[in-house]
Design a binder for this molecule. Structure first.
Ligand code: IVH
Length: 670
């Protein structure tokens, strides 16, 4: 028994050390298998001795499935921002200003990378992580300790010696480029929208309520600011080096600079070298090294005078336009795309960049063979930002927007008051048909696995599927005739089609590709109508009475259901057994016991579901609804305009207040 406890402690410290070797030092001493064996042994012993549990045990890194809402916490020291500069000259001015303010004392400047992630504050007591809080509004932020615990480069238990009993350390949580690309590939494969850049992905991840999903995403963290009363050194640099020895990831790019010349050389170096970093940076940060001098310089209302940020110029490349192509989307919208001579930009090769619509393309005034400036919005999605008119070829003609659909030749139409040109040939234009099939089978729609863009196109060209209703008469034999389609995957598709007949009516409405009707609107329209029959009979005025439906959606929705081809398609879907009404009984049937033993108080007004629906969801997932807040309440599900008395009571009792997105995340409906 005693032996077990000793072994648990030994394993914990050994695993902490291996994590640090692997995730911070990049120098593992043991291989993955040995690591897993130690971890398994620890898990087994911990299961035998629940009384010796520890939230900071390495076993907790994998994230438990227990979800919790976020409570807010006031920062001990407010989290301020930094003054920005955009040129070497401006940084030099800041150096001179601080020199002047310090009346000619010798000043050292620490140069650092400015990581482009999310600011985080970590609090350690007696060498153990006790709380992690997001920047929030600078005064208070969300407590995200459970999610932060899954980040393997953040020590849960400090190593080495010399840390203050109580201190705070700040840094940036981010998603390395490789993890970002993997995550987006996964999302696209599942029909989910990709994140625009690693920062958005990191921020979305940190706010997830399920730490197990967070653990899977591969967040990382760099630390850059130590705060507390008993710091070991009187300067920033040495304190950060000490923090590194306690197990924190402190960037090796941090350097002490002794003169303006060294500062300038640091900027010139990182202006290009940052492209090879595994994580996104948006600039550099310069800090006065001496803590005494920092104190003398002090703060303005928004930022410290002892530090300044230098922002990198948006990365831009100049390359030649080969030709402009015009993409046709599933709704028939035509998007102009610049096809470019391949060019390197922020670590990837860019060959195509969207110009969004006719108005934007005209404003750029693009001519054939022009040299174009390409930038990466948020470092990821390339866009054309300008033309080098001096490099224009003599006699080059302006590029015109097409007048006919590039896929089917139909004359394009432009909707009054909108920038988009549309191909009206809904039933005969291949990319539109294929796009609608792809949308229909998507994960948030009918969730039919195994049909990607290529298969959707092949189904159409083989004459098997002309509109989505044809999917329900598809056979495994037909699928097997498509090149590269194994019998096993054919059966998987057929099974998926069969299973899609139980998909709720709300998602069927979304799957239909009604113009401008996204997931939320589809849900609201479906619930308000209750059935397809009723929905098809609704007038624009009746539709407009539904929450979230404006005149435009009302018009296009009514027109969609008035179209004969659409009516026939829906009739055939109904005959195939696809759900055509909200399921009355299903709304009461239990779905899971995710919320078993948890009690909720609902307060305020919600956007995604009604209060009644939230009550039903809580019960269907095993939870309990209670009327008023008490010590026993586990969560307050708060919408807009939550009553101030309730808010105060919940805060006083420390009950997590969650919003509807967080709640839906808890029950896996995000
Ligand atoms: S120091 C009082 N150092 O940039 C100032 N911030 O624009 C403390 N950031 O809120 C911040 N890298 O989230 C500091 N090396 C670095 C940084 C850094 C990124 C972020 C941080 C801050 C924001 C200010």
């Amino acid at each position: 028994m005693i032996d077990d406890i000793q072994r648990i402690d030994a394993l914990r410290s050994e695993l902490h050390r291996h994590n640090h070797n692997y995730y911070v030092l990049n120098a593992p001493e043991i291989d993955d298998r040995e690591f897993d064996m130690l971890m398994k042994e620890l898990e087994r012993l911990e299961a035998l001795h629940p009384e010796h549990a520890d939230p900071n045990s390495p076993t907790r890194r994998v994230g438990s499935d227990i979800s919790s809402g976020f409570i807010q916490h006031k920062h001990i020291y407010p989290m301020l921002s930094l003054a920005n500069t955009y040129s070497i000259g401006e940084v030099d001015e800041w150096v001179s200003r601080t020199d002047d303010a310090l009346a000619g004392q010798k000043t050292e400047i620490v140069g650092e990378l400015k990581f482009d992630g999310l600011g985080i504050s970590l609090v350690y007591e007696h060498g153990r992580l006790v709380r992690a809080v997001t920047r929030g509004d600078g005064e208070k932020g969300d407590v995200v300790t459970d999610n932060i615990r899954t980040i393997r480069s953040i020590p849960l238990q400090l190593q080495g010696t010399g840390w203050p009993d109580f201190f705070e350390i700040r840094g940036e949580v981010l998603l390395p480029r490789s993890a970002f690309e993997r995550l987006n590939a996964e999302r696209e494969a599942e029909g989910e929208p990709p994140f625009a850049n690693p920062r958005n992905a990191a921020s979305g991840t940190l706010k997830l309520l399920n730490p197990a999903i967070v653990a899977h995403r591969g967040l990382d963290a760099y630390l850059y600011y130590l705060l507390g009363d008993n710091l070991p050194y009187d300067n920033h640099y040495d304190n950060m080096v000490a923090a590194r020895s306690w197990g924190f990831k402190v960037s090796e790019a941090m350097t002490v600079l002794h003169s303006i010349e060294e500062v300038d050389a640091y900027i010139r170096h990182w202006d290009t070298a940052r492209r090879d970093l595994p994580v996104a940076t948006d600039g550099l940060v310069f800090k006065v090294n001496s803590l005494r001098q920092q104190l003398n310089l002090g703060f303005t209302a928004k930022s410290p005078r002892w530090a300044v940020a230098y922002k990198f110029a948006a990365e831009r490349a100049l390359t030649r336009l080969r030709f402009v192509s015009f993409d046709v989307g599933r709704m028939g919208i035509i998007t102009p795309v610049a096809n470019l001579e391949p060019v390197q930009l922020s670590g990837t090769v860019v060959k195509r960049a969207s110009m969004h619509n006719d108005d934007i393309m005209r404003a750029l005034d693009i001519h054939e063979g022009d040299m174009l400036y390409v930038e990466k919005g948020g470092e990821i999605i390339p866009k054309i930002t300008g033309v080098d008119t001096e490099a224009r070829l003599p006699g080059a003609r302006p590029v015109e927007f097409v007048s006919h659909c590039p896929a089917c030749g139909t004359p394009l139409v432009r909707v009054e008051g909108e920038a988009a040109w549309i191909c009206p040939n809904k039933e005969g234009c291949v990319p539109q048909i294929v796009g609608r099939i792809e949308h229909f089978v998507g994960r948030h729609m009918m969730n039919i696995d195994g049909i990607g863009e290529e298969t959707a196109a092949a189904l159409f060209t083989h004459g098997f599927v002309r509109n989505v209703a044809d999917l329900y008469s598809l056979t495994a034999q037909q699928l097997a005739t498509i090149e590269g389609f194994a019998a096993k995957s054919a059966q998987r598709v057929i099974d998926g089609i069969e299973a899609s007949k139980t998909v709720p009516f709300e998602r069927v409405v979304f799957a239909l590709s009604i113009p401008y009707v996204g997931e939320t609107t589809a849900r609201k329209v479906a619930r308000a109508a209750g059935s397809m029959e009723r929905l098809m009979a609704m007038s624009p005025a009746e539709l407009e009475a539904i929450e979230d439906v404006g005149p435009r959606i009302a018009q296009t929705t009514a027109a969609f259901f008035a179209d004969d081809e659409n009516r026939v398609m829906i009739q055939r879907l109904a005959e195939a057994g696809v759900r055509m009404a909200v399921e009355e009984d299903a709304s009461a049937a239990p779905v899971s016991d995710t919320l078993a033993g948890k009690s909720f108080v609902i307060s305020g007004v919600f956007a995604r579901h009604s209060r009644e629906e939230y009550k039903a969801l809580i019960e269907r997932h095993g939870g309990k609804n209670v009327g008023s807040i008490s010590k026993k309440t586990d969560y307050v599900l708060a919408g807009d305009n939550m009553g101030p008395a309730k808010l105060e009571k919940a805060q006083k009792l420390g009950i997590p207040i969650i919003d509807e997105n967080q709640f839906l995340g808890m029950i896996g409906e995000q």
